[in-house]
Design a protein around this ligand. Structure first.
Ligand SMILES: Cc1cc2nc3c(=O)[nH]c(=O)nc-3n(C[C@H](O)[C@H](O)[C@H](O)COP(=O)(O)O)c2cc1C
Length: 305
């Protein structure tokens, strides 16, 4: 029997799969279904400082080997989200991660303080949405100094362990990860969607997404995500949740060999439904048995040896 359980800062995950933020994560009941389907941990959709409508539809379009999305960080009011988060923490056996964002550094601190009241296992700062305006006019996570400022602000407001979720849309992701670690981040999550990209309906000669541009996710971005995780692993000493294009157990193995302790699964849930979590775990066990690994942690960083 192989052991696929792992731990993130002492919090046990029965397997390394984590529901990525933004997919089925608005309500406690949908998060519970995902956990019951086999996810090792679940992430709630990013909670913001106020209710936000997001962009008009269409907000998602399928492209070759992936999706483009420009949901626009839609979210219920903080009170409603907090209520759902409390329920999720109470009712779900797997660790619950509360993702959040702000429009300013100060707001990141304020939202972190509020959601910490619900006592999730981790909070995750989404400093990386490609469709989000910020006080700096570009995604926060594209600048090491701003990344450090947000991390520090949040760490001063809460004792819940902090995951900082990075954008791949930078020249040197390792320097951003290092800035987050130096400012006190406990875990790095990488990556958020890539781009933005664009798709045009050639019959109507119009952009398909109402926002014109959207972040790219799914299989097409997996090599980019694996490279980002590989570079981050060489730069920091804190655990990494590897996210981006994971569809199968073999994809999960690849991400862990790059350096991830756990793996986020997003678009694959839309492509393969909730059974994707148990399928990834079964495939992972099969790979480990075939290649003589007994504990999942033996895979971590293997490609660096
Ligand atoms: C429809 C959709 C909505 C998303 N919403 C969020 C979000 O609210 N917060 C966040 O941090 N990431 C969000 N993401 C990004 C995912 O969590 C993940 O980082 C990205 O999709 C790459 O992983 P994947 O290829 O497995 O989907 C969203 C992705 C999609 C496809």
């Amino acid at each position: 029997m192989v052991d696929i359980s792992t731990s993130l800062l002492g919090v046990r995950l029965r397997n390394p799969t984590v529901l990525a933020s933004g997919i089925l994560g608005v309500t406690a009941s949908s998060l519970k279904r995902v956990a019951e389907a086999g996810a090792g941990a679940v992430t709630m959709k990013s909670i913001g400082p106020e209710r936000r409508e997001g962009h008009p539809t269409p907000v998602v379009v399928e492209v070759t080997s992936g999706l483009l999305n420009a949901v626009g960080l839609s979210c219920p009011s903080p009170d409603e989200s907090l209520e759902e988060l409390r329920k999720a923490v109470k009712e779900i056996k797997a660790p619950v991660i509360a993702s959040f964002y702000g429009r300013t550094v100060k707001e990141f601190g304020e939202v972190a303080e509020r959601i910490s009241e619900a006592k999730p296992a981790f909070i995750e700062a989404n400093i990386s949405c490609p469709n989000m305006e910020s006080e700096y006019g570009k995604p926060f996570g594209t600048d090491p100094e701003v990344t450090g400022k947000i991390t520090e602000k949040v760490k001063n407001k809460t004792r819940i362990p902090l995951i900082v979720k990075l954008t791949p849309n930078v020249l040197d992701i390792a320097s951003i990860a290092k800035a987050a670690e130096s400012a006190g981040a406990d875990i790095i999550s990488a990556i958020n969607s890539y781009g933005p990209g664009m798709a045009i309906n050639i019959e109507t000669a119009k952009p398909i997404l109402s926002n014109k541009f959207g972040g790219m996710s799914g299989s097409a971005i997996k090599p980019l995500a694996v490279r980002c995780v590989y570079e981050i692993y060489e730069a920091v000493n804190i655990p990494i949740i590897g996210v981006g294009g994971i569809q199968t157990g073999r994809d999960a193995v690849e991400m862990m060999m790059a350096g991830a302790t756990a793996v986020g699964v997003g678009t694959a849930v839309m492509n393969r439904d909730l059974k994707v979590f148990s399928e990834i775990c079964g495939e992972l066990e099969g790979f480990m048995e075939e290649w003589g690994y007994s504990k999942i942690d033996e895979l971590r960083g293997k490609a660096h040896d």
